[in-house]
Write a new protein. Structure first.
Length: 203
């Protein structure tokens, strides 16, 4: 069974392929839920996540151009369904009473007992977790903007943004990155899952 060190090594090797062939990376897009579907890792994903971020910030620090803050809450159902929950039944775009789950994708309904769901920033992982995340990002670029991606269906656009912004600022303060109460500027950037993506910038 593959362990954590194997996956970290694989990431090192992946970056090494470019370097050994003289390919200069000008950007790298990575995304995904902060959970691992691998049975041997279970839900203890934080160490792997931080090592991945740390690796990326050390090897690719100059290429990080955008960071978005997005949170996920894991429910007991993940113990027997895993984080690749199959209760989301896709339907065609023209279906009635559809529930949006991503741009261009819908399901009949959100599962009543989901293994996981998107939540407002800070409601899935605690302040110290996100403070460590911000410390690593700040080490790569202390002026990096952090954009909130709000996909929590339990809250409206403004309420979800307010919760997320409050938690993001608390994490920044815990990390020692928010010396004084900065100016908080919020603006809607685009529609996403019927909730909206909100960008929050703080200095």
């Amino acid at each position: 069974m593959l362990g954590l060190s194997t996956f970290i090594s694989a990431r090192e090797d992946y970056l090494g392929v470019f370097e050994t062939h003289g390919v200069a990376l000008t950007g790298l897009n990575t995304s995904g839920n902060p959970t691992s579907p691998l049975p041997n890792e279970g839900l203890k994903h934080a160490e792997d996540l931080f090592k991945t971020i740390d690796l990326a910030s050390k090897r690719l620090a100059g290429l990080i151009g955008h960071v978005h803050a997005k949170d996920t809450k894991i429910f007991p159902g993940a113990a027997y369904r895993g984080v690749l929950d199959t209760d989301f039944v896709p339907v065609p775009a023209e279906a009635e009473n559809k529930t949006p789950v991503a741009v261009g994708y819908w399901c009949r309904s959100w599962p009543q007992d989901p293994a996981w769901r998107f939540v407002a920033f800070g409601l899935g992982h605690d302040t110290e977790y996100w403070a460590e995340f911000l410390r690593v990002i700040s080490a790569a670029d202390p002026d990096m903007n952090i954009n909130i991606e709000h996909e929590d269906a339990a809250y409206g656009n403004v309420e979800g943004l307010e919760i997320s912004a409050k938690n993001l600022l608390a994490a920044a303060q815990t990390a020692g990155l928010l010396v004084a109460a900065g100016t908080l500027v919020a603006r809607a950037t685009s529609a996403w899952v019927g909730l909206g993506i909100w960008a929050v910038y703080f200095k």
